[in-house]
Design a protein around this ligand. Structure first.
Ligand code: HEC
Ligand code: HEC
Length: 186
């Protein structure tokens, strides 16, 4: 008993000392939060949130495989980012790129990230989350009038218009609400 306790304390101590705060947070989350683990690794990087969360919510890196992020996150691509200029200074882009690559779908153990990895494997890297087969399949029954024709949604890209906990990385169907269509399920 005493041995066990000592070992646990030592292990906890090692975690605190040896791992950077972020890795520790996601490890603890992975061990103790089954719902989150089922979902997508949440964003815990302020710089990413600030720079990539101004025009749309800050998409979790786990929503696309690294081969997609590679295509999106370089100077040339960001200068023409879906018709917008989203350029970043090199010193700002470098840490954001590293954060995204370390947390991309294919580096994540979260269930939905695994599904996204599987459904993009062996295919050309999609530039959009909304082009991932798994994501398309989950939404193909929603009529266009609830998306494009809905002034409070505009496009499927605005995940947080309908997924009320998208910023926490939770996309479970129980947390969905389509603006202006309270009875969409009927
Ligand atoms: C100046 C505004 C702006 C900034 C800043 C910006 N984006 Fe975007 N982003 C857009 C627009 C506009 C779209 C396309 C939305 C649409 O089609 O309705 C988009 C789409 C995307 C998509 C595809 C979403 C889909 O349809 O599946 C990803 C991924 C993305 N952005 C990531 C990023 C990342 C990462 C950053 C930070 C480096 C970033 N964006 C910064 C404007 C921006
Ligand atoms: C127009 C509203 C709307 C938008 C915008 C939207 N979704 Fe959804 N999403 C839904 C609905 C409704 C469902 C549930 C479908 C069902 O009942 O199976 C769903 C289901 C999902 C699921 C599966 C949930 C489950 O429990 O199986 C995922 C994952 C998901 N969406 C991710 C996204 C992502 C990522 C985006 C943005 C790129 C997005 N959604 C944008 C409405 C939306």
């Amino acid at each position: 008993m005493k041995m066990k306790f000592k070992f646990a304390a030592l292990f906890a101590g090692l975690l605190l000392i040896e791992s950077p705060a972020m890795a520790e947070e996601s490890l603890v989350e992975a061990m103790f939060t089954p719902l989150r683990q089922k979902e997508i690794n949440p964003v815990n990087n302020k710089q990413y949130k600030d720079e990539c969360g101004s025009c749309h919510f800050a998409y979790q890196p786990g929503l696309l495989p690294s081969k997609s992020w590679e295509k999106l996150l370089n100077e040339k691509a960001l200068a023409d980012h879906f018709g917008e200029n989203a350029e970043l200074d090199r010193e700002v882009l470098a840490p954001i790129y590293d954060f995204v690559m370390a947390n991309a779908a294919d580096k994540s153990y979260y269930k939905r990230a695994r599904k996204i990895t599987n459904s993009t494997e062996g295919l050309e890297a999609p530039l959009r989350i909304t082009e991932v087969r798994y994501i398309k399949r989950k939404h193909h029954e929603i009529p266009e009038r609830m998306i494009k024709g809905n002034k409070d949604v505009k496009s499927l890209s605005y995940c947080d218009a309908c997924h009320t906990q998208a910023d926490k990385g939770i996309f479970d169907e129980d947390t969905v609400r389509i603006p202006n269509f309270p009875d969409w399920e009927d």
